[in-house]
Design a protein around this ligand. Structure first.
Ligand code: PMV
Length: 326
């Protein structure tokens, strides 16, 4: 095969990845736990040809040289493994806004990895695909396996990968993403992560994080939604506390972010059990029970600063598709 297409989901981390112990291999300071998102995907087609003289990379809504260089660098890594020296054409499309903090790099590098590996006829295990995707963007390794996923911190490249804790249908929850602005973030998570250990609170975070991972897995095993919600909210705020106290500080929130957080808390006092999570960006992920999605959507549709609502259910990981983009 020389041409291949993959679709991969973005993911939301319940216990977050923030800070690396090796920036080039993208080895994290701690493990993390996430869920793949059905409504936010990247589709990528990769084709290799002997007569291509250079990589041609077309990413919808992102013409930046630094993005193209990062994609080419990832292709180089896979070319090295397969000892192929052909250049490639890559076309990639997201069905959601990119670079606004919705973790588009996770779906993008998971889709790119699977499509490239398949185009070059490389047969890799899920573990090895996850290891390769991680080197494109850390969180991308969690978009390879299905459903609810743990990324093991590991000690080296070979032991830092993701695997599925539970299939998508295991826990009946949803992630309703409230987009409050389409503005691209000023500082990417790659740049932001470098600052993690300038926060005086990072040592405390790392001292407690292993226990948190054990706890979230126990809670998901029990499907205890209330404990789950409380833990993921405090984890999202803890990560932002690290960002806010980094040097220089990282302030990803917009006024709309705070307003939505406050509305989530208000909804709880009114009897609708919903919780929030945040990534590097202004948009808010609202985690609810599947049965409450319509009520939640109806409520937020009336709020002025809501630009867009994306409903997600737990999803399978990266997979191949016959619908090539070119
Ligand atoms: O993989 P990156 O470099 O885009 O980092 C993602 C970091 C967070 O989304 C903020 C947290 C996470 O675990 O997804």
């Amino acid at each position: 095969m020389i041409k291949s297409t993959s679709i991969a989901p973005s993911n939301i981390a319940f216990i977050k990845y923030w800070g690396k112990k090796d920036s080039s291999l993208k080895l994290p300071l701690n493990g993390s736990v996430s869920m793949n998102l059905s409504g936010m995907t990247t589709t990528t087609t990769v084709e290799f040809k002997k007569d291509f003289t250079e990589d041609e990379i077309l990413i919808e809504n992102d013409d930046r040289k630094k993005t193209k260089d990062r994609v080419s660098g990832h292709l180089d890594k896979i070319r090295q493994i397969t000892e192929v020296d052909m250049k490639a054409k890559v076309v990639s499309r997201n069905n959601f806004p990119s670079s606004t903090g919705l973790s588009s790099s996770s779906s993008a590098f998971a889709a790119l990895t699977l499509a490239t590996v398949n185009a070059l006829n490389l047969h890799l295990s899920e573990k090895d695909l996850s290891i390769l995707a991680r080197q494109g963007s850390g969180s991308a390794c969690r978009s390879i396996p299905d459903g609810f996923v743990e990324w093991l911190e590991g000690e080296d490249s070979n032991s830092s990968y993701s695997y599925s804790l539970h299939p998508p249908e295991y826990f009946d929850i949803a992630d309703v993403v409230i987009v409050v602005s389409d503005k691209k973030k000023d500082i990417s998570s790659t740049e932001g992560q470098i600052l993690a250990d300038t926060s005086p609170f990072m040592a405390t975070r790392l001292a407690n994080i292993k226990d948190k991972i054990i706890k979230i897995k126990q809670i998901i095993n029990k499907k205890d939604f209330s404990s789950f919600g409380q833990l993921i909210e405090s984890e999202a705020l803890e990560m932002h506390a690290i960002m806010l106290t980094s040097n220089p500080p990282l302030i990803y929130w917009q006024p709309g972010t705070i307003n939505i957080i406050k509305l989530v808390k208000k909804m709880r006092t009114e009897g609708l059990e919903v919780y929030f999570s945040l990534n590097t960006g202004q948009d808010v992920h609202i985690i609810c029970k599947r049965k409450d999605v319509n009520k939640l959507e109806g409520y937020f549709r009336k709020i002025e600063e809501v630009k867009r609502i994306i409903v997600n259910y737990p999803s399978v990981g990266a997979r191949l598709s016959d619908n090539h983009l070119f």
